[in-house]
Design a protein around this ligand. Sequence first.
Ligand SMILES: [Fe+2]
Length: 430
Amino acid sequence: MATDTGRKLYNVGGVMLKQPFKIRRLGHFGYNVHNMDECVVFYRDLLGFKVSDENDFKNNPSPQVQEWLKDIENGKGYFMRYGADHHAFVLFNAKVMDAMAAGRAAASGKSTEGMTGAHGININQITWQTGALSEVIGAYHYFNEREVPIMRVGRDMPGSNWHVYCYDPDGHVNELYYGIEQEGWNGRSKPRDMYYRGFREEPGLPQMSEEDEVDEALEKGIDIHSGYRSKEMLSQTFEVGGVMIARPFKITKIGPVNLFVKNVGASIEMYTEDLGFTVTEEVEYKGRRVAFLRNGAEHHTLGLFPEELRGELGWPDVSTCMSFGIEVGSYQQLRDAVAFLKEHGVRFLDLPAELHPGIDYAAYALDPEGNGIMLYYYMEQLGWEGKPRPAELRRALGPAASTHRVEDWPEALEPLSDTYVDQVFQGPIG
Ligand SMILES: [Fe+2]
């Protein structure tokens, strides 16, 4: 294991770090699914993600891709957002991703080991924001130096984010990016006519600013207001904090991502040494090690669970992702969200509260394929000393907190020192 002694350091904006980048937050996440129509209803209509762009992989002009996807009926994938980021969640067709992985493997003579869509991995990507384009390029070279397997580097459209993709020890795709497209007041995405600024290779530095790109598009006569705009599918019948929206809650943040992994120690090493995460807390549950890692002031954005726990927890055997976290705007919204989703037939699972340290009340929903979604409203924030709150100073939780029976949860809570501290959703909620 690498030690700090004698380790090469990198200048990141004038500060010497162990990696040539610093992850600032979880940017987006995605699942590859088989039942696309049902999943779109779940994520868009029930959870309230807005579709920012659709991408039909069958429209890819490459004859090779056309051949790989010739037996697939519907190649559509969806980019979704809850705020201004072009996407915070993506939903891609598992059959398409499997066929692309198999096609690429056959073309390169390599196995599909570690490729998205292969070997039961249905996580499309786990994506982290860095602070600069130069950090992304630094990460690309750093991964090469350390022989971290890389999937690709460049800039994808839709979304416009500059990125590098690498694999973790289980084959999960982690993406580091800079500069994701922001959607403004009119909710329109960048038009396809501007996609010519995409890159399929390492971009040379420096690059022109996005402001210049927009000016250039105008000079080319592109209608910059012709991008995709989604439509709310449900009636806006719920009052949330004085505004009428289509469900009794609003997503205000994404993460943490909880993974089932083969070897918790190996994953901790990769996420700390290669990606720069910090371990906040470890929990021993039934003699097994569970680790919670962060890259900001939040208690955790990543949970690493040994895969042996899946059976003991009674979790569906559909994904190496145990749960994708979705924060809602308040404790009341959390209780209302669970009731709303149950009314729409969504299934929930119970999880002992000790397995979400730093979060007091949480409920675990299953999407139509059995992928886990953790709903919560509060996460402990760490101060300058980087220490989590001692267990005895945390909110005392009764047995109901380890269940999704929200009717048995308290009506209202006493505040904590960091209640609503990370509730910084910007802009209108609907
Ligand atoms: Fe991405």
